[in-house]
Design a protein around this ligand. Sequence first.
Ligand code: MG
Length: 309
Amino acid sequence: MNLAVDRVRDRPRERRDPDRGERRRRRVVGPERAQEQEQRDDDDPAPDAEERTQEAGDETDQGEPHAAYRRFVSDGDLLGRLRAEPERAAIFLDVDGVLAPIVARPEDSRVPDETRDEVRRLASKYALVACVSGRTGDDARRLVGLDELVYVGEHGLELVPEAQSWRGAMRAFADTVEWPVEDKGLTLTFHYRGDDDEEAAEAFLLEVAERARDAGLRPRFGRKVLEVRPPVDASKGTAVRYLLEHRRLERALYAGDDATDLDAFHVVGELPLGVRVGVAADESPRGITEEADLVVGSPSEFLDVLRGL
Ligand SMILES: [Mg+2]
């Protein structure tokens, strides 16, 4: 848990935003299955879009799967105000599930050409357009394919100089673990979805987590994964805050679909003009719908939002 972000979260959120009360009143309550979803989030938080696969089939008996999300929660002309002075505003975009539709294998992800064209247009208009991803920055850049954007990878860890000094230790730790690892440099991910004996796998990885802790690292279980990170406070929220302060900007839109995006929602929600766009899938955490100012049901619907910016 990120201390810096917690501090932000604890602050009264209405203080700096005259629109906040209006926005709250306009909010549409989330889908009826929110309670169930919250339970799933508590039990099984997703640290990463890469761990999200199309496993929402168990919810398709509730009618049209995304219908509950297809509504604008509030507008209050927030988008119009952002659009009016683009040179004062930043656009932050998660990649998987926002620009690129979620696919079973993250390596198969792609950003549609029409989305890329739209993001390119925004980059020539707004003060800053940045992608904030769980992928490495280089991988996000390859996937999005626009050199003119700023890319922050590994949930903000790449922006923290202190994190860089942990690369050797991370690699060394990975070498001690008898388990296939997805090594992103600053994050190690041990997957066990679909293992022949998931229970035994989890027991094994619990021991790995203990050793990681002993080594001064931060283990965290997600959806059938153990993720190990350096002991550095970083999140998509700290990344967004850093970029805004660096560029001296106080207006921003952030679009995300997953648990790690909520840290960024909290930071953008503190701004004098902040627009949080939830790109909600059935498996998105409840906060993506409930905390957003604007909710769409898919990356293709989000493309329509981009076209209006
Ligand atoms: Mg995502």
